[in-house]
Design a protein around this ligand. Structure first.
Ligand code: NAD
Ligand code: DAU
Length: 337
């Protein structure tokens, strides 16, 4: 019998990528549990076979609904793969409250269901739990780096990781955690850096760079994140944490200039705007453990060609992103970003 997976947040950017990945590469049957917040879009699951993927609209903090979905998952390989979160730092600075509710209470609710039913859980987290690095720091983040989050978003993600670790140790929950770096690719909400700038350029609006633009992010294609998560589900050791990254460090200025160049514009045609409060300077993942212990390798080796394909996707899929664009920019206008 094929395995049953409950993918929370599967209508979001990375969760939907994982559902596409599962359908293409496994025979798993998938229930997506997604609240369909402003960030969730059922169109991201368009084309998925109905006999393998079903969407249950609901809140991960709804204990009765979670119980109903988890109780029947009795197979040894069945698992909850937990992507659902409030995910945007800028939003967490304007209003932290949904971040506490979803990222902490939501994760707690899933852990309790996993505890009651002995269900495997894989928790998707972020490199931001480790805080930031100096630009010239020779050490990158590893599984041993102490937690030091900066924002309401990253502190609630850190808290959710610690809940998972505590439920593993105190209750024997069969869980793993992964902390990944910045993802890019198709179907990312236009509030995020890369899609915001691509869609601005499409609209004839100058890209907007926070501060001097020297902050470094470690970019990985969402397809590579999905292949890494599937590898952990198949070969990861219970109770362990794995860092996922693809050696993709770029500063924001380099990325904006690359987008402009790839879109046929003057690479200097962008504006510097007010910086993000508490803006983390640099993230960088040391992915040695994923590679040596689990044998995982990223497929995307060239950021520029991955970015060019992402630009093509946004050019070809305006119907997907257009409904969110005006409201997103109106929200940014209130903070000067
Ligand atoms: P996203 O904002 O695009 O999607 C989040 C999804 O979760 C949406 O579909 C939303 O409707 C759903 N959701 C939100 N609250 C919910 C709730 N209470 N109950 C059920 N569903 C709910 O986010 P993303 O960028 O795809 O990130 C997914 C996960 O990956 C998050 O846990 C995030 O912390 C983590 N992550 C993201 C990145 C990145 O670069 N985007 C990197 C590393 C880790
Ligand atoms: O590192 C993983 C994290 O990456 C994930 O945990 C988060 O869910 C995800 O949103 C992302 O967080 P960032 O804050 O790094 O991503 P964001 O796309 O918001 O911004 C990337 C960088 O670009 C950051 O340094 C801020 C900057 N920025 C962002 C926007 C939206 C700009 O300069 N201009 C912009 O318009």
């Amino acid at each position: 019998m094929s395995r049953e997976l409950l993918v929370t947040g599967g209508a979001g950017f990375i969760g939907s990528n994982f559902v596409h990945h599962l359908v293409a590469r496994t025979d798993a049957r998938v229930t997506v549990l997604d609240k369909l917040t402003y960030a969730g879009n059922p169109a991201s699951l368009a084309g998925m076979p109905e006999d393998r993927v079903r969407l249950a609209q609901g809140d991960i903090a709804d204990a009765a609904l979670v119980e109903e979905l988890v109780a029947p998952m009795t197979g040894e390989d069945d698992a909850i793969v937990h992507y659902a979160a409030e995910s945007h730092n800028d939003n967490s600075l304007s209003d932290p409250s949904p971040f506490l509710q979803t990222n902490l209470i939501g994760t707690y609710t899933l852990l309790e269901a996993a505890r009651r039913h002995g269900t495997r859980l894989h928790h998707i987290s972020t490199d931001e739990v480790y805080g930031d690095l100096e630009l010239d720091d020779p050490e990158r983040f590893t599984e041993a780096t102490p937690y030091n989050p900066s924002s309401p978003y990253s502190s609630t993600k850190a808290g959710s990781d610690l809940l998972v670790r505590a439920w593993v140790r105190s209750f024997g929950v069969r869980a793993t955690i992964s902390n990944c770096s910045n993802n890019y690719g198709p179907r990312q909400h236009v509030e995020k850096f890369i899609p915001r700038q691509i869609t601005n350029v499409i609209d004839g609006v100058r890209p907007r760079l926070y501060g001097a633009g020297l902050n470094v992010r470690d970019w990985i294609h969402a397809d590579d994140h999905s292949s890494a998560v599937l590898t952990i589900l198949e070969r990861g050791a219970l109770g362990e944490t794995y860092l996922i990254g693809a050696d993709g460090e770029q500063n924001n200025k380099q990325v904006v200039e690359m987008i402009l160049r790839l879109m046929g514009e003057d690479p200097d045609a962008y504006d510097h705007v007010v910086d993000r409060p508490g803006h983390d300077l640099r993230y960088a993942i040391d992915p040695t453990r994923m590679r040596t212990e689990l044998g995982w390798e990223p497929a995307y080796r060239d950021f520029e060609s991955g970015l060019a394909a992402t630009i093509d996707w946004y050019r070809g899929n305006e119907a997907w992103w257009r409904p969110q664009k005006a409201a997103t920019e109106a929200k940014y206008a209130t903070t000067g970003h």
